[in-house]
Unconditional design. Structure first.
Length: 129
């Protein structure tokens, strides 16, 4: 798995380019990046990418990665990315008006367990309703 695979997603390519340019992608940008990239990069490489965000120290990067892994967060849906984007200055989604943009599930293939977790969540939600 690699950065090359992540670049198939418009939102991840945008975040990678921004981090490469040492831009501050904001709290939610870092969260989205970690939630998605953890399935494509090993921990040291993920931490290295997060550290490219100005002022985001190694301890903070490791803590974020451990939080995302420990809680087994699924990658966010497009709607969640747009919701989070509204809470910060940095535009996580480069083309928010395009309904096909920022859908990491359309552009990337995640491990089977991710899809099973999402299906289980929706089944539980339907049972409650």
């Amino acid at each position: 798995m690699s950065v090359k695979e992540l670049r198939r997603s418009d939102v991840m390519a945008h975040l990678l380019d921004s981090l490469e340019a040492h831009k501050d992608i904001g709290h939610y940008g870092r969260l989205v990046f970690a939630m998605v990239a953890r399935h494509f990069l090993d921990e040291p490489e993920l931490v290295k990418w997060l550290r490219k965000n100005p002022g985001f120290e190694e301890e903070e990067a490791r803590a974020l990665v451990h939080q995302v892994q420990g809680r087994d967060y699924s990658p966010p849906r497009r709607e969640r990315i747009l919701e989070w984007q509204a809470k910060q200055e940095f535009p996580i989604c480069p083309n928010p008006d395009d309904p096909q943009a920022c859908n990491v599930y359309r552009d990337l293939t995640f491990p089977d367990g991710i899809y099973e977790n999402i299906e289980e969540f929706h089944e539980q939600r339907a049972a409650v309703e």
